[in-house]
Design a protein around this ligand. Structure first.
Ligand code: CUA
Length: 321
């Protein structure tokens, strides 16, 4: 059967389509109105005899107010509606499942928190918000899942995120929507939405080499990070315990929040932001040394040192004081 829209398989799909349909309807109405007026006036005010002179017209205030205020109101509806939807679509829920996707000429590489990996295949559970962190190893790609109404550029050198909540089990196309070289048209794959129970089974059956955090910890040792960033404050470099998600005071007095982008930058170009009380040029520059996959693993490890997982020496519950 012919259908204008791809299947609606995410919670956002209906909302995006509603806004799109509304804007389309306004477009068609306005276009029709203008064309009808052109034809109508062309006939009504046509020149009837060679020596006819039209009567001068000096304008109409009520008419001018009407054609200014009504379109303005319609534009405001579009603006408020569009902005609200935009904020919803760009604010992932806090409990979203993390998945990491790296674009590379010409494939999508997928990593799950449990360490499972895939290429050009993305498995997600139905009914659960999923936050996808996007990175690129080379050029700009664009992560596009029409059935979820999700499209986002993947830009080298930074992280982008998208989120969606799939509603129906099934298989949906994944595309690259940004021309990225010779095989751009073949850079795509499938998103498989599974029933949550099947998803757990699938996750436990997928091959893996340690969770993302374990792989990150391995890299942390391998690159020698562990010799300076010891996990208390006595090292030559700042401790990484409880850094993620917390404010960091820099030597120039600024305060930044240690998010993924900050950690990534601090690995690749440590001198960009020096923590107050520490010296520059202590840590080597890792630009070009670590793959995007490796960075995501390291970041997962640094994240694991904060908040969510309690520190090993944490006080037992109900202690004195
Ligand atoms: Cu990647 Cu087009």
């Amino acid at each position: 059967m012919f259908s204008i829209f791809p299947p609606r398989a995410s919670t956002a799909a209906g909302q995006v389509d509603a806004l799109y349909t509304f804007e389309m309807a306004i477009n068609i109405l306005m276009t029709a109105l203008i064309f009808l007026c052109v034809f109508f006036f062309a006939i009504k005010y046509r020149r009837r005899s060679p020596d006819e002179r039209p009567r001068p017209i000096h304008g109409s205030i009520p008419l001018e107010i009407a054609w200014s205020v009504i379109p303005f109101g319609i534009m405001l509806v579009m603006f408020v509606w569009g902005t609200r939807l935009y904020y919803d679509l760009y604010t992932p829920p806090r409990d979203a499942l993390d998945i990491y996707v790296t674009g590379k000429q010409w494939m999508w590489k997928v990593q799950y928190p449990g360490g499972q990996r895939e290429i050009n295949e993305l498995h997600v559970p139905a009914g659960r918000a999923v936050k996808v962190t996007l990175a690129s190893e080379d050029v700009i790609h664009s992560f596009f899942v029409p059935a979820f109404r999700v499209k986002h550029d993947v830009v080298p050198g930074q992280y982008e995120t998208v989120w969606f909540q799939a509603t129906q089990p099934g298989r949906y196309h994944l595309f690259c929507a940004e021309y990225c070289g010779t095989n751009h048209s073949q850079m795509g794959g499938w998103v498989t939405v599974m029933d949550p129970v099947d998803y757990e089974a699938w996750l436990s059956g997928a091959p893996r080499g340690g969770s993302l955090i374990e792989q990150g910890e391995k890299l942390f040792q391998q690159y020698g990070c562990v010799s300076c960033h010891v996990l208390d404050a006595s090292g030559r470099c700042p401790t990484l315990r409880n850094v993620y998600g917390h404010p960091v005071v820099l030597e120039d007095g600024r305060t930044v929040t240690a998010d993924e982008a900050y950690i990534r930058e601090s690995i690749l170009n440590p001198n960009a932001k020096i923590v107050k009380g520490y010296r520059r040029d202590i840590m080597p520059v890792f630009q070009g040394q670590i793959s995007e996959d490796g960075l995501l693993q390291l970041i997962a490890y640094v994240k694991s040192l904060s908040g969510a997982t309690p520190a090993p020496q944490a006080q037992p519950k109900g202690n004195q004081k």
